[in-house]
Ligand binder design. Structure first.
Ligand code: NOJ
Ligand code: CA
Length: 557
């Protein structure tokens, strides 16, 4: 039995979850101390973002050694203890495999850059530049822009060549064309399987294959560059690498895989997941309002969100399995991301919105992935000072906004809206100093609203977001229709309401808009209201019924 299909997964961003030693940085022992809390949410798998040795330029996504634990987070003994303590509670640990790139501080890269003739010389992607005037440095090989801004090419004096980095300069891309590189990566994954981890989240995987020729593309901004995403995502041949990964790492073992796959859409899913695909599940980006250049956000509305979710449900009904998620450590908080500013600013509406998203998360067909703090409805921050932000893309995007002609105030508005630090502020455990996250100085400021939004306050409030999640989780695990039943879209063209059936028993209706909507009572005929996000006894009845703003209801037999 594929247990992961029936589990609740929970993502932990270790720096921000729980500090155990007062240094202001969350750590492994902190996570272990909170396992009972996770158990109370019926969590069966914890996805840990990278905890390996790292200089932390991209907060652990720049790995210098996959066989060591970052001392900021603890020791290998702490990691073994976390795995063991989690197992005792029926919880699997899911490790993050960052296999598109490494840190420039890893031994492999140090060796690779030392000369053009060392055994690891082609473990990374090296290219000659384009020669210009004699005596000047050659120009970069092409015009690709990295995800964090600037050229993907960085000049190296020792080799007199450029190396490629899809993300930060300090994150050189590995050369997957070299079989030794692939074997070294498979060995790493197998090392962690031997340690007893239950699965992998696989980072940035659609970028590992680069197109032959490395041709320049048509510029998409005033810097004359074109997004590396456009140029390299899902390049033909990527699936051969991934099938090899499956054969050498996961096939026949009790581990599940969920790959981060921005740029792989529902139509491609059949090649990526399921029996013949490389992975069990894929984090798609279609429904996220994903914006690569923050100062150029595309218009986005309820219909975009809804269409993306419905397309994924349709695709995963045929192949593979779906990981439902609305938040992670790269995205704004969902009450900010999917609703107007008015909703996040109004305590009542904010709670309704958090519960509406909870209803979707726990009733779509797939494995729900919660992100730390989502279960209490944590929100974005609103910092006016760029210095308060830590993460590398925020700084890059601010710079890009100024380059594109926006003012400081406008650039800060983009930062407030999209910064990845919105979801990385420390977990809000209680109303004590630093929200109970640390006794020291937190590495990233706590969101000021922790006095109001925190776990302790919500534990004792039956109507809290947290207890709403618990009720939904209990309903889901006791209801075969919700747990595994087929998904049937209802009212696919409705512009405000998500409506669907699970199996033949459950009907879910969610009003994602801020105004009332009417619906035909026959949709829920012969069923009773099981859960709703509004308090109080009021329930619409009759032929023409009403869903109030942001109202979410689940009807069942
Ligand atoms: C996706 C990760 O989620 C993100 O945090 C990271 O910066 C990039 N991949 C690069 O590893
Ligand atoms: Ca610590």
């Amino acid at each position: 039995m594929q247990r992961w299909k029936h589990t609740i997964a929970y993502e932990i961003y270790p720096s921000s979850f729980q500090d155990s030693n007062g240094d202001g940085i969350g750590d492994l022992n902190g996570i272990t101390s909170r396992l009972d809390y996770l158990k109370s949410l019926n969590v069966g798998a914890i996805w840990l973002t990278p905890v390996y040795a790292s200089p932390m330029v991209d907060n652990g996504y720049d790995v210098s050694n996959f066989y060591e634990i970052n001392p900021l987070y603890g020791t290998m003994a702490d990691m073994d203890n976390l795995i063991a303590q989690a197992h005792k509670r029926g919880i699997k640990i899911v490790m993050d495999l960052v296999f598109n790139h490494m840190s420039d501080q890893c031994e492999w890269f140090k060796e690779s850059k030392s000369s053009r003739h060392n055994p690891k010389s082609d473990w990374f992607i090296w290219k000659d530049g384009v020669a210009g005037e004699p005596g000047t440095r050659p120009a970069p090989p092409n015009n690709w822009r990295g995800i964090f801004g600037g050229s993907v090419w960085e000049w190296n004096e020792e080799r007199q060549q450029y190396y490629m980095h899809t993300f930060a300069t300090q994150q050189p891309d590995l050369n997957w064309e070299n079989p030794d590189v692939r074997q070294a990566l498979f060995d790493i994954a197998n090392f962690w399987i031997k340690k007893g981890v239950g699965g992998f989240r696989i980072d940035a995987i659609p970028y590992i294959k680069k197109p032959n020729g490395f041709e320049s593309g048509i510029p998409d901004a005033s810097d004359g560059l074109v997004s590396v995403h456009t140029m390299t995502v899902n390049t033909p041949g990527v699936l051969d690498f991934l099938q090899e990964f499956k054969k050498n790492v996961t096939q026949g073992k009790d581990v599940f895989t969920v790959a981060e796959a921005n740029g792989v859409g529902p139509d491609d899913l059949k090649y990526w997941v399921g029996e013949n695909g490389a992975f069990d599940m894929l984090f798609e980006f279609g429904h996220l309002h994903d914006v690569e250049i923050w100062c150029k956000p595309s218009p986005y509305g309820i219909m975009d969100f809804k269409k993306a979710l419905l397309a994924s449900q349709e695709a995963t009904a045929k192949n593979g399995w779906y990981p439902a998620f609305f938040e992670n450590h790269d995205k704004p908080r969902c009450v900010n991301n999917y609703f107007s500013e008015r909703v996040a600013a109004d305590p009542k509406l904010r709670v309704l919105a958090a519960k509406a998203m909870a209803t979707l998360l726990l009733t779509l067909r797939g494995t729900p992935f919660l992100y730390e703090g989502q279960e209490i409805g944590m929100t974005n921050v609103q910092w006016n000072d760029l210095e308060k932000y830590d993460e590398i893309n925020t700084k890059a995007q601010y710079k890009m906004a100024l380059q594109e002609g926006f003012s400081h105030e406008q650039a800060m508005a983009f930062v407030n809206r999209f910064s990845r630090d919105n979801s990385r502020t420390p977990m809000q455990w209680n109303a004590d100093a630093n929200a109970g996250f640390t006794t020291g100085k937190p590495w990233l400021s706590v969101n000021d609203n922790y006095v109001e939004i925190n776990v302790a306050a919500q534990e004792s409030d039956p109507n809290s977001v947290l207890n709403f999640y618990r009720r939904l989780i209990a309903l889901r695990s006791s209801n075969a229709n919700l747990d595994g039943g087929p998904f049937t879209a209802l009212l696919p063209e409705h512009e405000q309401m998500m409506a669907y059936r699970r199996g033949d028993g459950i009907v879910v209706l969610v009003n994602l808009g801020e105004t009332e909507v009417e619906y035909d009572g026959r949709l829920v005929e012969n069923r009773k209201l099981l859960i709703g996000n509004y308090e109080g006894p009021f329930e619409s009845s009759g032929v023409t019924r009403v869903l109030r703003p942001l109202e979410a209801v689940i009807y069942g037999m």
